[in-house]
Design a protein around this ligand. Sequence first.
Ligand code: ADP
Length: 341
Amino acid sequence: MANHDTSDASRMHDLAVEDDGFEYSLRPETLKEFIGQERAKEQLRIHIEAAKKRGDALEHVLLVSPPGLGKTTLAKIISNEIETNFKQAIGPVMEKLDIVSTLSNLEKGDILFIDEIHRMKGYVQESLYPAMEDYQLDLAIGQGPASDVVQLDIARFTLVGATTREGLLAGPFRDRFGIRIHLDYYEPVDIQQAIRINSAKLNIDIEDEAEYALARRSRGTMRIANKLLANVRDYAEVKGNGVLTFEVAEEALAFFGIDERGLDSQDYAYFRTLIEKFNGRAGLKALAVALSEDERTISEVYEPYYIKEGLLMLTPGGRVATDAAYEYFDYPVGTQPSLFY
Ligand code: ADP
């Protein structure tokens, strides 16, 4: 089982939250350096070129994907490619006044990146509508009967919003993004390429087979690949002779409790709880309580990968462990609940 820190906070940090200096140094800076996601890159290339030709700001962009697939990286790349300033705001903590002060300080073409935009308060989202559409801010002056609303012109900026849950955005808000980009989980070959490039940047001597061993266990997620590379490198330095061979990589992954599919002790706990405690079907709240986990971490960080892997289905009657999950986690197939509720 995993020997590293797998507390909720650390897991959420690993998969969802702002990166540390190590990751920062590995961020690709141009569309060309951004690996995979060909469709998304092509879409962006076209819009960026068209905006540049017109001499206008890029339309507002919504980036959608599970955590760690490159939304923040792409937002920065957009700003690099159009050579404008990059400003970042954290959605959930923003208030109307923050919107006013942030937007009134932007220059033409600037990128304003708002992460976790689905968690922004409703009235704060709404205060963005006139800014996104007409580049104006409605300011309330005074209080009571004497109050008035004045309009403040702002620069033609580009809002880049990132979300793991597009469905939680209000329709009118979502519609104000002219460009919507979905990032998919990466194929192991794409991740292997990133591991190769990052190993070179970090001066890690790594074998091809070791690269692939790490790539296969990265859950299709670049952030996890970077994390695994860092952990396995440390292991190789302490236990091996510094060269990251296939054998050392496999040994390190086993030491860190990461299985063939990149699942760790927390994933095993999830399925053990779902299958043993709830007979294979449970609601999110019940699971969160049983696992002592945050509901959001479960639904936004863990489950999208289980669904993609065919281990879990979301049904009106709750989360259901599939045949494949019973088989993979060694429970007798045929004892799970019907998918029909
Ligand atoms: P998100 O904002 O979707 O959670 P990030 O943009 O923070 O994800 O990406 C996490 C890390 O993964 C980044 O620090 C970057 O180094 C790496 N990364 C993401 N996408 C790519 C990519 N397409 N090519 C290379 N590295 C990537």
